[in-house]
Design a protein around this ligand. Sequence first.
Ligand code: CMC
Length: 435
Amino acid sequence: MTDYATITIDGVEHQFPLVTGSEGERAIDISTLRSTTGVVTLDDGYANTGAAQSAITFIDGDKGILRYRGVPIEDLAKHSSFIETAELLIWGELPDPAQRDRFRQMLSDQAPLHRDMRKHFDGFPSDAHPMAIQSAMINAIQAYDLPEIHISDDPTFERAAAALIAKTRTIAAAAYKSHIGQPMVYPRHDLNYVENFLHMMFSVPYRPYEATPEVAHALNMFLVLHADHEQNCSTSTVRMVASSGANLFTAVSAGVNALWGPLHGGANMAVIDMLEDIRDSGTSPQSYVDKAKDRNSGVRLMGFGHRVYRNFDPRAKILKEAADDLLNKVKVTDPLLDIAREVEAAALADDYFVERKLYPNVDFYSGIILRAIGIPLDMFTVMFAIGRTPGWIAHWKEVHDNAAQRIHRPRQVYVGPTLTEWVPRPDRKDKRKKR
Ligand code: CMC
């Protein structure tokens, strides 16, 4: 195998080195392309662009493999707590007991919000979307918790990472409480991360909530499965913002906004909307699948398809089993699960989906689990954001620690008007309607 690629432009050959990753992935290093040839690459949606060399998460989309720092997602989902998964992602290895205790203590210390931060919630309308609150409040943490705007040393980073992981959960629960008109609930020192979140969401002053082990286990697994997914839209956003030198909170707040869209994290809400629509309209799952094949219908099968997985999404496989398991254990029947199974079966038997290699993704079954736990629909994408926070932190750190990091600044191929004359105001004609 050669270790370079040859590109011929205007009859002149140029050679570029090939880079090979630790799992054998190959890439052409075109960092000198423009300076040596005068041309740039064009790659809509970055489907063929390696934006970074990263040591955090490995995906083989053809084989359905996902590993955090080399550890298979199946093992983490089965054995690991969300917090030790977070430590694995951020620091590159699973924590030993002393490291684990230390970080647990930091999380506990960082869990409450500064008293003045609580006033921010009053500034939002009561029907504000929780994702808007989540991103604004995460950005606001820095005003209270970061002694300097820029993180310059490891202890400051560790403290900021703990503040972010702990507070993102407190903010989510507080936003929910404020939305439903109940008093905010303080975190408790004696509960683990997941139990504490459920306590802050569902306890009321006169009735404490105690999570059952089944519910706590299912939520822990949900968070572990969402913790990282290499260069997805929101993580690329975090890396982009981090490359300018912006601090952790600002970068992660931007990631929350990128996650919100229905083609990304917002799909977990869209899946439930879709399943409810099928149930309420009496449409058969088969005819919904047929509609999703028609480009002009404006309908997509939400929770299906993935840019990287061209085989099954291993997270969807785990979540499907977990949804079955949880509903059995908590003795809840959810008709949406039956509809989801029928939609999946109809799509997987259909040539359109088979040829395009469209399989259920992480969002297809996750909503069933969140519903069984009692999480309201408009909090679903916030739950994804809580889960993805360790991944965003790990990527921010990777960018921040890279001494050779340059600011992210893509090029473009301009296709707008060429040199155009400035027209005085009275002579202008309205051409917008014709466009
Ligand atoms: N339903 C119907 N057709 C689809 C779907 C779908 N869900 N997904 C892709 N296609 C078709 C698409 O129309 C295209 O067809 P054609 O070749 O005839 O033009 C082909 O499959 C390739 O699709 P694409 O849009 O080029 O694929 P992409 O890699 O740009 O988009 C995706 C990936 C996940 C945005 C897309 O599959 C999608 O919109 N899925 C539904 C939304 C969703 O579930 N998003 C969650 C993604 S996983 C978690 C996360 O990232 O947050």
